[in-house]
Design a protein around this ligand. Structure first.
Ligand code: FMN
Length: 352
């Protein structure tokens, strides 16, 4: 990487690049032109999601949140960070510009330590102080519900189970998931879902590899395997202290980005408070696919019912759940996922 890139630029990319993304796809691109650091979309890495998928905007929102927090920690003047709507030809979502010799300031360990934990959580409620910090967070037009009632959590687990079952019966989704998996040293490349971050039971990795072939998955599905996989997902949902439902509108890009910022702020705070976090996106994904005509006919009715029942359970009218986070105390120490090298996510261009 070019030694002329100021340290503060590298630090901001490092902080932004630690953001979470669906299947660790890292669909962002940073561009340094000698004056400004810009955040945009990487068309190749975003391809799997689609260029206007909510998962893309949630990830970009999380990058924005990380960069804003890192810029504050680095003492950058607030006016040096400009957030935009990504609508121009350059799809610019954020621009940071200060004098190139600005000192980078301290790193924020919380940004680098945030992680997904797919292991076992206890059902102990969140400490009141943690709950209060979450409840005070605002990022309109998005907002979050903190769900702690066991009956509501149980019902949500059933709805996520239905959505998850459908995912394992959908060849397109199955292919995307299978392609994102990284076994052993394949994870060294720095993207995708490292299988050792999945907390699978013994034999789970072998089964996953075998079922990566749709023919095998379809054969197992005839014996009801999709029901088992959905049930396993729901069992995780039930084991938590609380579920956060991040709400917004999939019809508004600004709302989805705000939701990404709120998701990340809550996640960072929870991890900093020693609380484990595990996102569940499958329900939102099914509903989006239904609305966009991308579900096979056999799965449509179930997805529509899941959408209706989720909205009724949570009392939603104009809002949708953009993502669920299960949160709780966990005794395990999860394996951290990797990131692509800076040279893959940062482009250096001439100042126009
Ligand atoms: C929009 C979005 C959707 C995600 N969906 C899921 C999910 O359904 N299940 C899951 O286990 N992790 C999910 N994740 C977590 C990512 O897989 C994770 O952030 C990524 O692999 C990087 O790992 P890290 O969070 O430990 O840094 C999601 C993350 C985002 C931002």
């Amino acid at each position: 990487m070019d030694s002329a890139i100021p340290e503060w630029v590298i630090r901001l990319c490092e902080a932004g690049g630690r953001a979470p993304s669906a299947d660790n796809s890292q669909p962002w691109r940073f561009v340094w032109d000698g004056e400004h650091l810009r955040l945009t979309v990487d068309d190749v890495r975003a391809q799997g999601l689609g260029k206007d998928h909510p998962a893309l905007f949630l990830a970009l929102g999380a990058v924005i949140e990380n960069i804003v927090q890192a810029a504050q920690a680095a003492g950058l003047p607030p006016e040096s960070v400009r957030i935009s709507d990504g609508r121009g030809a350059q799809r610019e979502f954020l621009r940071v510009g200060v004098s190139p010799d600005h000192l980078p300031g301290p790193r924020l360990p919380a940004l680098l330590d945030r992680h997904t934990n797919r292991g076992d959580f206890s059902k102990a409620p969140l400490p009141a102080s943690v709950r209060a910090r979450l409840a005070a967070m605002r990022e309109p037009p998005a907002r979050a519900l903190i769900l702690e009632d066991r009956a509501v959590i149980g019902r949500l687990a059933q709805l996520i189970e239905r959505a998850s079952e459908a995912r394992f019966r959908n060849q397109e989704l199955h292919r995307w998931f299978a392609e994102s998996l990284r076994y052993g040293h394949e994870a060294d490349k720095g993207d995708g879902l490292a299988v050792d971050t999945l907390h699978l039971p013994p034999g789970g990795a072998l089964l996953l590899r075998w079922t990566a072939d749709w023919k095998h998955m379809a054969a197992l599905n005839r014996l009801g395997a999709y029901k088992l996989f959905g049930w396993l997902e729901a069992a995780k949902v039930r084991r938590c202290g609380a579920i956060l439902a991040i709400l917004g509108s999939t019809r508004s890009q600004a709302s989805m980005i705000a939701a990404g910022r709120l998701m990340e702020r809550m996640w960072l705070q929870l991890n900093a408070d020693g609380v484990a976090v595990h996102p569940f996106f499958v329900l939102t994904d099914q509903v989006i696919r239904l609305r966009r005509g991308r579900l096979p006919p056999s799965l449509r009715e179930q997805a529509a019912r899941v959408a209706r029942e989720t909205a009724a359970l949570l009392g939603l009218k104009d809002e949708e759940v953009l993502i669920f986070l299960r949160a709780g105390m966990a005794g395990n120490s999860p394996k951290r996922s990797r990131r692509l090298p800076l040279s893959d996510v940062l482009a250096v261009v001439d100042h126009a």
